[in-house]
Design a protein around this ligand. Sequence first.
Ligand code: NTF
Length: 802
Amino acid sequence: MGQPFNSEKFRNSLVNYLNHLGYHNPTTSQQPLWQAVCLAIQDQLPKTSPKKAFASRHVNYLSMEFLLGRLTLNNLQNLGWTESIRNKLQEYDVQLVDLLECEHDPALGNGGLGRLAACFLDSMASIEQPATGYGLNYQYGLFRQSFTQGQQTESADDWDRDHYPWFCQSPIPAVEVGFGGQVHSKNGILQWIPDFQVIGKAHDIAIIGYRNHHQQPLRLWHASHPHPFNLKAFNLGHYANAESNAIEAEKITKVLYPNDNHAAGKRLRLMQQYFQCTCAITDIIYHHRQAGRPLAELPKYEVIQLNDTHPAIAIVELLRQLVDLYQWEWADAWQLTQQLFAYTNHTLMPEALECWDLHLFKRLLPRHYQLIEQIDAWFSATLKNHPDKQHYKTSNALLIKGHGKIRMANLSVIGSYAVNGVAKLHSRLVTEELFPEYAKLWPTKFTNVTNGITPRRWLLMCNPKLAELLNDTIGEQWQHDLSYLQSLENHLDNASFLQDYQDVKQSNKNNLAALIAQTTGIEINPEAMLDVQIKRLHEYKRQHLKLLHILALYQQLKTHPDPNLPPRVFLFAAKAAPGYDLAKNIIYAINQVAAVINHDPAVNQQLQIVFMPDYRVSLAEKIIPAADLSEQISTVGKEASGTGNMKLALNGALTVGTQDGANIEILDHVGAEHIFIFGQTVESARQLWQNEYHPEQILANNPQLQDILTLLKDGTFAQGNKQAFKPLVESLTTAGDPYLVLADFASYLDIQNKIDVRYQHPTTWFRSAAINTARCGIFSSDRAIRDYQQRIWLSDAQRIKG
Ligand code: NTF
């Protein structure tokens, strides 16, 4: 049930807000109107959720990233008010669709990890799992991307947080956070005297559940200085210094670090992490005490879920507050801490596993450093009688690495009662390869929760035509429980349903074609197969393997024209971290190849390439419903789960993928006939790496590959510049091809040929597409949250063991 909408109240608030913003009627320019509409909607939201008796603990979801995407339509839809607002606006001759385009995506995340956090908030509100999300209110989100002569250029993403209308009042006390300084001992009691203090202020965004009158906060913290202006310095003529405190403090929440699957190791990043964690821990304790509950009962009512290791310092901060502020015995404080935290691992990539330099850490957080030494000592003590004691002493299980680094993943495992990976394969590798020692010591700590995606944003909202077809075919129950999509199986032999399904896809493709023309000037063939690879640019995700496939087709068509090859549009969208040179070179190569192929009449009737700039949530919402083929081609063992793979399959794109991450579970659910799997297995890849992989031999035996690499080296795509793609070519050859691109090349080409054949039979293709929709209900984030409840949040047995 949607909430009742009061049209009269809405109109009055709208006019008031417009007046307040200096406009006098609703036909004013779109941006302020959008703000006023959102504020007028907020006015109608109940301030608190109705209380319900609930058995679960309250979840505190700590994440450095929440990649929300636009909230306006999402909120309207969850409230059930879309039609009312659409009609109301039409009275003023304003189209809701146009107004929605005014919202800049709040891009407070990099990619999968941040978007997962946003899906989880939506699901927790929708299935009424009490929760608070804790994050940072960055002034600048993930950089905006454009292309200059094919090269990525970045610009600051100022999303105007100070005027974002979906923030709501939060009567939450500000938090003081200290940095640096010394630890003193006074009458046997240790006292940390920081030398720099900042203030954390909470900014809440209400997360609105789906048609259930329920909302709960995402609490984003903003750093400032308690004395932003130093009058004394000013009066002494030190004008620049007068504001330096404020500037220093503001830096902490200035900008999101733009790395995906890569740790930066920078001091400011550690400051962000500590700032966020202190604010969150202080807030959690404050609310617990406000409710009149003793601290010892924290684990009975609360759980703190760590979204990867970025907020792991919260473990030490809780310990510090218990010991230093509440004078608990160390052992008691540590026991309670271990009962409160749960840790989700999202990556096995060594460069993404955070380690902090001891000296940096000690200077910034001297008291926390002492506590980490004590945790380290505690861990050694638990091993005292262990038969493998010697092994552990030299193993990766140590908290502090020999050469002076603190391993945050180890801290997270030691300090948590539960640890999970994000897909079955990944969770297995977490225990077998990342933490084998811990898995042996504490086997029951480890579990799997396969990721999920919210069906509200990723079907109902982004694909309204498919949603309508589903409603007409199987009723609306799927909107509350995505597993109901299974009942589509009864309609798979119904030719008119399949035709409607195909028509929906075509209509979505036509819309996307118009957007592509508008943003890139490229007129794509909307009838062609739309082959999409949309995700961060990373070697392990292998956009360059896709490029090799395109070059193989180009070569083939140039030498042997083949009118039977079905036309394809290759669509890329991806941002590369600004410091990741090889990733940027891959973007450049794709853009240059696109420029040549798109203008070559010998091939451009069959091959077109589009690289859409500035990939973000709102762009994904337009691409996903239109896609025919979903590229999920990571090196096996490297993609922890993937979630784009789930969104695309749910919306009826067929997957071409490796046996990696959640692809394997998509395969299990849709069935081998309805997905295209290729390449190495985890085991065969492991053998290749162990027995020294020789890409030069693969190259020597494959003339087609040699020709393709020649094309990249002879200046064909770079106006004669032979060096243009040197980093890319070297990564595949002299650098040893660490991501097995050449090893998978032949099998990738082979499967792509099969895909071409299949696409020529629309009835079988769209039947498979509909089967993908029918069988992907399991990938709802509602299911993932229920798994967290059962396996982690509700499980008392595990918590007692500590
Ligand atoms: C990402 N991890 C993984 O690379 C994806 O496979 C996964 O789907 C998402 O997490 C969500 O679980 C990261 O971004 C990080 F930070 F851990 F490297």
